[in-house]
Design a protein around this ligand. Structure first.
Ligand code: SF4
Length: 275
């Protein structure tokens, strides 16, 4: 049984959760928790001026002082949005800083827009091995990280979702990522789920076993909202369990659903608006 930490701090950021059809198919994707709910939702080609409740949501963010916005997705990737460039410029003209959470497949095509973002650029890199990537993300091509990362500015974070397929590659992967000076830190995420615990418990247990061994041989250097920080290959590495951290965010879903809850699936189900 996974226990959620509901003792959350002030809102410091907000997510814009794009709904659509992702260009990858990760087996642990949080969107799969509510696949039936989200299946027909797709605003990837809808101009943001037509997104329901979007202006109200932005006003709420301003009122709460949540000036950092992240383009992300539950069934889509942050870079898939057709009007991405225009959206970033409009939000930043409103004094928000915009960042993105992305699998990187469209990064080279959208690089000019990425370079204009004032917020953190979050890339997910789970493996460099094509076969492993096929198991994890449903496709065997790997984004050209050697080209993507150096062009992506000075505020880059890389997330690794540690799972049954890549756990043996952890050190090699961190060593690779650590060579990029503009990567500020590596986030090692535990799989998060609200509805598929039995299916994903194997990964969650592996993560915790790995962590227990890791902390025996590495000295913790700090704590970021209850996530343990270490140094590895000269780079900060933080072990991130979404349910345990104390950060807080507002959430907007492009079908018009607005949620005050950090927990994505729970927040969506409580607040979803009818079609
Ligand atoms: S890249 Fe993200 S949104 Fe796409 S399938 Fe993977 S976890 Fe889901």
């Amino acid at each position: 049984m996974i226990v959620k930490n509901r003792d959350r701090g002030q809102y410091t950021f907000a997510n814009i959760n794009l709904l659509g059809r992702c260009n990858a198919d990760c087996y642990f994707c949080l969107g799969k928790d509510i696949e039936d709910e989200l299946r027909d939702k797709n605003q990837l080609n809808v101009h943001f001026s037509e997104w329901k409740n979007f202006r109200n949501f932005l006003n709420r963010c301003m009122d709460e002082g949540a000036s950092k916005l992240y383009l992300t997705g539950q069934t889509a990737d942050g870079l898939q949005y057709r009007y991405l460039s225009e959206l970033v410029d409009a939000l930043q003209a409103d004094n928000f800083s915009v960042g993105v959470r992305t699998n990187g497949y469209l990064a080279l095509r959208k690089m000019k827009t990425i370079q204009r973002m004032r917020g953190e650029i979050g890339y997910s890199i789970h493996t460099l091995d094509p076969q492993t990537n096929k198991f994890i993300m449903g496709r065997s091509d790997i984004p050209k990280w050697d080209e993507i990362i150096p062009q992506s500015g000075h505020n880059v974070r890389v997330s690794i979702v540690l799972n049954r397929y890549n756990i043996g590659q952890f050190y090699d992967l961190c060593g690779y990522i650590a060579q990029f000076p503009n990567v500020r830190y590596i986030q090692v995420r535990r799989i998060s789920t609200d509805t598929r615990e039995s299916l994903l418990m194997e990964d969650i247990k592996l993560y915790e076993e790995f962590f227990r061994d890791f902390e025996k041989t590495h000295r913790q250097i700090g704590d970021f909202h209850r996530a343990q920080q270490f140094k590895l290959f000269g780079k900060e590495v933080v072990f991130w369990r979404t349910v345990e951290t104390s950060v807080n965010s507002l959430n907007y879903f492009t079908d018009g659903t607005c949620s005050d809850e950090y927990f994505i699936v729970e927040g969506y189900l409580k607040n979803r608006i009818p079609n």
